[in-house]
Design a protein around this ligand. Structure first.
Ligand code: URP
Ligand code: ZN
Ligand code: ZN
Length: 479
């Protein structure tokens, strides 16, 4: 069945205009006024509503095995939450155990994700190194539509990538036209500070931010950027949470490096006072890495988005329930790291970005969808509204409002880091692959209807990168 959206205002990353949109066979087939209604077409009156590209969350962890447990939202509940919040695609992470073949882990995640309600794609983490890893990276890029690889600079004795791995993997990414991405925290410093806190008797959640101060992120961000810069590779920093990391990205961009920065809805709006909550369970519910920061960092993050230093917004949705968090009751280092947010990201950005006057509605579209599609090379299939693009759309009601709460969210966990936040302007209908997937509080999509998104390697800026590197390399002096 086709779908005709009538009477709405189309908002893209670059323009705003009145038009009807016809979706046929999963794609946008017509945009215009007074489109005639083909047979077997559902007509939705969206007068007074905004039609925007469906959100793309470039950072989620559904069903992640992590820190001795498995994240509570799987690819079913996690993608239902995404659709409820206007997000039609997620990019999740395949995280192989050290020594596990990358392709084996990738196949495992493909099996888990087959039940998705929304579209999905995968970054693949590089947690160890040998020739087989390099070979598997090549196979993933050439045969499986993976064009980004993740490096955890933290989580020592687990999945941490040391500098030798970063150098080998970033070089391979450059060769393949893939984007290296990093979780930038100095794992050695975290390890040292965690032991120091425990030795001093600080065992509660308040020890978490103390063991991961802003400089721990600033150091790793600078190191990753400088390694990439030396090799002539691009780099994407996930969950940038500090002024120090924003400064590092800005400096590198000013010096002609290709650097991308992602920020989480949580880091933009929640501060580190949450770790002082006398209720252990509530404080522990906020344990994620990097931690929530003193308020002044939020200002730097918003300015980073406004200036284009940061280009994408994500959630790092990695949901652990209270029982799982209690694994660290006597030692904060054992609290599974992660919080939810895939449902709330766009609403939080709308309220604190658009309604507060920090960003325009067009910038909102860029920051929640288009820029991610461009960076990870799925634009203009995703992230835009144009004839031929996938019909992944959100109908936004600027007049509706609600207060966010764990009592009403789709996630399987009992806490929300956005508890009590009132939002003015809500996603009312989510259209995924041309079908109504979520409509006025009701799930209409089916399990398995989400599609795997192949992302081809990037050719575009890699040519430029190589030329830039030549420009920046001192020439040998001929005597
Ligand atoms: O605390 C977090 N962020 N958990 C998920 C893993 C990661 O570091 O992204
Ligand atoms: Zn991370
Ligand atoms: Zn993450």
């Amino acid at each position: 069945m086709s779908l005709l959206l009538k009477g709405g205002t189309v908002v893209t990353h670059e323009e705003t205009y009145q038009a009807d949109i016809l979706c046929e066979d999963g794609v946008i087939s017509q945009i215009g006024s007074n489109i005639s209604t083909p047979a077997d077409t559902k007509v939705l009156d969206v007068t007074g509503k905004l039609i925007m590209p469906g959100g793309i969350d470039p950072h989620t962890h559904m069903q992640l095995p992590f820190m001795g447990t498995v994240a509570k939202d799987d690819f079913a509940s996690g993608t239902i939450a995404a659709l409820a919040g206007g997000t039609t695609s997620i990019i999740d992470f395949v995280i192989p155990n050290p020594q596990q073949p990358l392709l084996e882990a990738y196949q495992q995640w493909r099996e888990w994700s087959a039940k998705s309600y929304a579209n999905y794609s995968f970054h693949v983490a590089i947690t160890w190194w040998d020739d087989s890893v390099s070979q598997d990276m090549e196979t993933l890029v050439k045969d499986h539509g993976v064009n980004s690889f993740k490096h955890f600079m933290a989580y020592k004795n687990a999945i941490m990538a040391t500098d030798d791995i970063l150098v080998a993997s970033f070089s391979k990414c450059l060769e393949l036209g893939a984007v290296p991405t990093v979780h930038a925290e100095n794992g050695e410093l975290v390890y040292h500070l965690q032991h120091k806190m425990i030795a001093e008797g600080i065992t509660g959640p308040e020890g978490h931010p103390l063991s991961r101060p802003p400089l721990v992120e600033g150091e790793a961000a600078n190191r990753a950027i400088n390694i990439a810069g030396t090799l002539g590779a691009p780099i994407y920093l996930v969950h940038v949470s500090t002024a120090e990391a924003v400064d590092a990205i800005r400096y590198a961009k000013d010096h002609s490096q290709i650097v991308f920065g992602e920020v989480l809805a949580g880091h933009l709006t929640v501060d580190d006072s949450v770790y002082q909550n006398p209720d252990w369970e509530t404080a522990a519910a906020h344990v994620m890495s990097p931690p929530f920061r003193p308020k002044y960092h939020q200002d730097a993050l918003w300015k980073g988005l406004q200036a284009g230093t940061l280009q994408t917004t994500a959630t790092d949705h990695c949901a652990f329930c209270s029982e799982q968090k209690a694994m660290g009751k006597d030692n904060f280092t054992q609290i599974p790291n992660g919080t939810a947010g895939v449902e709330e990201r766009m609403m939080v950005l709308w309220e604190h970005g658009v309604n507060s006057g920090r960003i325009s509605a067009n910038e909102f579209v860029a920051l929640t969808s288009t820029n991610t599609a461009k960076i990870f090379n799925i634009y203009p299939r995703k992230g835009c509204i144009r004839v031929g693009a996938d019909a992944d759309l959100v109908v936004w009601n600027p007049e509706a409002s609600k207060t966010l709460s764990a009592a009403t969210h789709q996630s399987n966990i009992e806490h929300s880091i956005f508890e009590g936040m009132t939002i003015h302007g809500l996603p009312e209908t989510t259209i995924c692959n041309g079908k109504l997937a979520w409509h006025q509080g009701e799930l209409l999509a089916q399990s398995g209807e989400g599609k795997y998104i192949e992302r081809p390697p990037y050719a575009g800026y890699y040519d430029t990168l190589q030329k830039r590197q030549e420009l920046n390399t001192p020439k040998a002096v001929s005597r």
